[in-house]
Design a protein around this ligand. Structure first.
Ligand code: ZN
Length: 271
């Protein structure tokens, strides 16, 4: 039985094996302060999807990891050098094309595992567009496509190790990189990076739950925000392990759930 990592497979492995679930990491490449590499979001989403895919197949699932996307939506990062980005509509088209290609290959359960905050609303809009363009049909040819972030299944006691919230490049991301790629983390640069709140009356009071696109160079002038000196490698390993374990269990359950035209609701009534 193959490990399910498409880029490591050969064509004969598809003789008699087809994935029931496909997971696609939607990553990003942009600065994360002086202590983390540009590829942080990509490496986290790709690393967790990879571990979870291997575990899910060991547990009897039929799961395939599609190549993770290294570039996402970073329109608000322009003042920083080489914040890799594509336009909103390009990312939507790209994801839409990948979904349709997988449908042509017979895949009906697709997970877009998101690793970057700037991608969230774009991925969700893509799901709505896909739903609208492909009306449900009695053969059930429209894939079920869902999305969530890499931390979705981290157990509460593991999550509780994180004491310093950050929108970017803080305790959480730094820890997970320590768990996945400690060779690329520079602990000598760990400190509390400034998070600058907006000052305009009205916005300042409800900043936390107001959706707007923040100019990142004003909000996080050092391209990272929050405390990082609390991070340990053990914390990172536990966060990654917990995220991958929960994701693997989810994908095994999704893999085993019988497919029909009304998935994931009750099947259509028989004749
Ligand atoms: Zn990040």
């Amino acid at each position: 039985m193959p490990g399910g990592i498409l880029q490591e497979m050969t064509i004969d492995m598809f003789d008699g094996w087809r994935p029931e679930v496909v997971v696609i990491g939607v990553g990003s490449t942009e600065p994360h302060g002086p202590h983390l590499p540009y590829g942080t979001d990509f490496m986290i989403v790709d690393g967790i999807a990879r571990r979870a895919t291997i575990q899910a197949n060991e547990q009897g699932g039929r799961v395939m990891q599609y190549p993770s996307l290294p570039v996402g939506c970073n329109v608000n990062f322009k003042p920083f050098p080489f914040a890799a980005r594509m336009k909103v509509r390009t990312l939507m088209s790209l994801l839409g094309d990948i979904i349709e290609a997988l449908e042509e290959d017979g895949v009906r359960k697709i997970l877009l595992l998101n690793g970057h905050g700037g991608n969230t609303s774009v991925v969700e809009a893509t799901l709505r567009e896909h739903f609208e363009r492909h009306p449900a049909d009695p053969q059930g040819r429209r894939a079920f496509v869902c999305t969530f972030g890499t931390n979705r299944f981290v157990e509460p006691e593991v999550k509780a190790m994180l004491k310093h919230p950050s929108p970017h490049g803080g305790e959480d991301e730094t820890a997970r990189m320590m768990g996945l790629r400690p060779d690329l983390v520079r602990p000598e640069y760990f400190r509390e990076f400034p998070i600058v709140p907006p000052s305009a009356s009205g916005v300042a009071e409800c900043h936390d739950n107001l959706m707007y696109v923040k100019p990142w160079h004003l909000f996080l002038p050092e391209a990272a925000g929050g405390e990082t000196r609390t991070v340990t490698r053990e914390m990172g390993e536990r966060l990654v392990e917990s995220a991958a374990k929960g994701l693997a269990e989810f994908m095994v359950r999704l893999s085993r759930a019988p497919w029909h035209a009304n998935f994931p609701f009750d099947p259509p009534a028989g004749p």
